[in-house]
Design a protein around this ligand. Structure first.
Ligand SMILES: [Zn+2]
Length: 312
């Protein structure tokens, strides 16, 4: 169920028809429509961009200036040119230092905010990777080399056969966040079940990774703007719901924006997926293509949690 574009499209259709039904005055549902991610761009979740040519492969140009600048600015330590060359990638521009005054400030109690981007003028985007099905050791090697920050929204029953896989990724500074126990369509289950889906994942992830997830993402983005789900999230610990603006497919992203351009502060959805889900492409090929698409548009990748202030 996790890899099926068809299933995802079905969910999206449901979301749409529901939105149409209530669109007359329901601000919350309009927000749902825009926040639901994959459906924003008009269409099927099929990887329409699969035919996009792969990124140009630089032959080893060595823009060491980037890394040097990053170090001088006190930005997160980036990878050297050799690391990018190893993965046939053009280095990303170094991310600016994390803002001292966080654009998103979370409260300890009350309704949790729902967001799919972060208000910032920094030319950065944020990468989130969901579910946890594919556990490719090469991806750990890639992130160890490149030190690109990611946030991991893990589904308990998808990662429980190998919690350990994600620990070296966590050790790189990447946070583990909550993505339910077994990936249901949240608006289709009662409040009590929503609560166990979130709370049980919260306790398992906290126990395994030693930190309580601050953020929650509902599968498919479904139900994010419903009061019922908001209440369920509040009861389990996460203090925000995170959606997305772009969704990585195989070689390119699906954009909600009509101009198909990244904007500062956009949150990008990707998945731990392998050749079975990616028409033969590997996790590292998918991720390399994602970085190439970001690099082409002149963005760097920042850490989402660096732009969020946890409750005091
Ligand atoms: Zn998911």
């Amino acid at each position: 169920m996790l890899d099926g574009n068809r299933e995802r499209a079905a969910v999206i259709r449901n979301g749409r028809s529901r939105t149409r039904t209530y669109a007359a005055g329901a601000v919350a549902l309009l927000a749902f429509a825009t926040g639901c991610g994959d459906n924003g761009g008009g269409g099927s979740a099929a990887p329409a961009a699969a035919t996009t040519p792969a990124a140009p492969r630089p032959s080893g140009a060595a823009p060491t200036a980037a890394a040097t600048t990053a170090a001088a600015a006190g930005a997160p330590a980036g990878a050297g040119a050799a690391a990018w060359a190893k993965w046939n990638l053009t280095p990303l521009a170094p991310a600016p230092a994390a803002p001292a005054d966080k654009p998103i400030k979370l409260e300890r109690t009350g309704p949790v905010p729902v967001f799919s981007d972060v208000r910032t003028s920094d030319k950065v985007v944020f990468i989130t990777i969901d579910d946890g099905a594919e556990k490719d050791p090469k991806f750990v090697e890639m992130l160890t080399d490149l030190k690109v920050p990611i946030s991991m929204f893990l589904t308990r029953d998808i990662v429980k056969n190998d919690y350990g896989y994600f620990k070296p990724l966590q050790a790189l500074g990447n946070h583990v966040q909550n993505h339910t126990v077994d990936h249901p369509v949240m608006s289709k289950i009662p409040a009590e079940k929503q609560k166990s889906e979130i709370c049980d994942a919260q306790s398992a992830l906290t126990q395994q990774y030693g930190a309580a997830p601050l953020l929650f993402r509902p599968p498919f983005g479904d139900g994010a703007n419903t009061p019922t789900l908001n209440t369920s999230v509040q009861q389990c610990g996460p203090r925000a719901m995170v959606l997305w603006r772009e969704s990585m497919q195989i070689h390119d992203m699906q954009y909600q924006a009509a101009d198909k351009q990244l904007k500062p502060g956009d949150i990008i959805l990707a998945h731990f997926r392998g050749p079975k889900e990616l028409k033969g492409a590997t996790m590292t090929q998918m991720f390399g293509d994602l970085l190439a698409r970001i690099q082409e548009q002149g963005f760097s990748v920042a850490r989402l949690e660096d732009y969020i202030q946890p409750p005091a």
